[in-house]
Ligand binder design. Structure first.
Ligand SMILES: Cc1cc2nc3c(=O)[nH]c(=O)nc-3n(C[C@H](O)[C@H](O)[C@H](O)COP(=O)(O)OP(=O)(O)OC[C@H]3O[C@@H](n4cnc5c(N)ncnc54)[C@H](O)[C@@H]3O)c2cc1C
Length: 385
């Protein structure tokens, strides 16, 4: 049960408010103008990457020791939220940089941290996370990718599927089976580099939304890497992967929250302009009630997301429950709010001439990745507070 002290800790401080203001103005000036084209052309949002890197917002979670901004979990949420408010695809740059590198931060050796976090912090390299496979999605422990020891090396073979920012990222945290007898306890995590011999990528998936974020298969064909690229001890890779998701599901909640806020803001403006029956449609109580419900849901999703971010920062015992709850709730809200925003724009909302159609398509993925919302409910049920 959260006491009043817990609430103080997740109320944004003045520095969080200042961060939000600066990310919002950057996002509106440098990312929003390209959001529709990035979606329409299904192309990587290079302008967003450049803008985020030049403002040091592409991987804010990296600790200062390794040259990063050392942002806390709530600050990271605010960055992702504000970028997602204008372009969900672009928000996957800071989000997946955290997802890909957190296994190294949580469990990696000092050498691995020094080698891989510096280039990430500088903006010279992005980091992806490769857990899922064609036949291992919700049941991630059923993976088949194999890593076999050969002297001072590990040799990896297998196919990872649905890997966000694959091909663009230089670095990949790859989970692979090192002992097939032990199921989840026989899985280990490794850092694989794009330039390692035997690494290649499939064609980008043709998706419903987040079209600017490349999602591709990663093929590992006799990829021979030094043994010190293993993250943590042998057999701990699955535990690291799950611990990572406890923290990063909150970033998906942030993304969902940002998408919902973007749709709400757009609809709020639209109903004041659009006239029917001789007055702005925002004057009708039926429309006002819809907006009130949308705002109420977004506020509730934000409170839960920030509460989970505070738990992530403190490493609270109820983090697993809160991370799953925030992701599940915020993503369901994002779907509802974006669908209502399309409704409020009527026929115009159903076209690509207005951004709410894109937001509704983008919102859908937040109910699916980093574990579907059915899986989140399983996680919550196993970890009830
Ligand atoms: C655009 C995109 C980007 C992604 N990015 C990444 C990434 O960067 N890295 C990565 O590793 N993965 C990534 N994923 C993979 C994503 O996490 C999986 O798609 C997701 O976990 C679901 O797995 P699946 O697609 O195999 O669905 P399945 O596991 O086949 O699920 C199908 C349906 O069955 C339901 N279901 C399954 N098991 C249960 C159960 N026990 N109880 C109730 N319902 C159940 C699911 O909820 C779902 O509705 C991405 C996926 C997409 C689409």
């Amino acid at each position: 049960m959260a006491g009043s002290a817990d609430f103080d800790l997740y109320r944004p401080a003045e520095e969080h408010d200042m961060l939000r203001e600066s990310v919002r103005s950057l996002a509106e000036a440098k990312i929003l103008p390209f959001a529709a084209a990035v979606d329409e052309e299904s192309r990587f949002p290079q302008e967003a990457l450049d803008a985020l890197v030049s403002s040091d917002l592409h991987a804010v979670h990296v600790p200062e020791t390794y040259g990063g901004a050392g942002a806390d979990a709530l600050a990271t949420v605010i960055v992702i939220e504000e970028v997602a408010r204008v372009c969900a695809s672009s928000s996957l740059i800071p989000a997946v940089n955290k997802l890909g590198s957190l296994p190294v931060i949580l469990s990696g050796s000092e050498e691995l941290k020094a080698k891989y976090l510096g280039p990430l912090a500088k903006g010279d390299a992005m980091f992806s996370y490769a857990l899922s496979e064609p036949d291992a999605g919700s049941d991630a422990a059923g993976m088949k990718t194999r890593a076999v020891r050969d002297g001072d090396f590990w040799v990896l073979n297998g196919v990872k599927r649905w890997i966000t920012n694959a091909g663009v990222s230089e670095y990949y945290t790859v989970m692979a089976v090192t002992d097939p007898e032990k199921r989840s306890k026989g899985i280990s995590a490794f850092v694989v580099e794009k330039s390692d011999e035997g690494v290649s990528f499939g064609a980008p998936e043709k998706k419903l939304g987040i079209k600017g974020s490349p999602t591709r298969e990663v093929y590992l064909d006799n990829v021979r890497i030094p043994a010190d690229r293993m993250i943590g001890a042998e057999g701990t890779g699955f535990a690291t992967a799950m611990k990572t998701l406890d923290h990063t599901r909150i970033t998906i909640a942030a993304q969902a929250l940002g998408i919902a806020q973007g749709a709400l803001d757009y609809a709020k403006g639209y109903v004041q302009e659009r006239k029917q029956f001789g007055k702005p449609i925002g004057d009708f109580q039926g429309v006002q009630f819809m907006l009130a419900d949308m705002a109420m849901k977004v506020s509730a999703a934000r409170a839960l997301t920030y509460q989970a971010a505070a738990a992530s920062e403190r490493g609270d015992a109820d983090l697993t429950y809160l991370g799953a709850a925030a992701k599940c709730f915020a993503s369901d809200i994002a779907m509802e709010v974006t669908t209502d925003a399309v409704q409020l724009l009527g026929g115009y909302g159903y076209t690509r001439d207005y951004p709410v159609e894109r937001m509704m398509r983008d919102a859908k993925i937040t109910q699916i990745y980093e574990g579907t919302n059915q899986v989140q409910r399983i996680v919550m049920a196993r970890n009830l507070p």
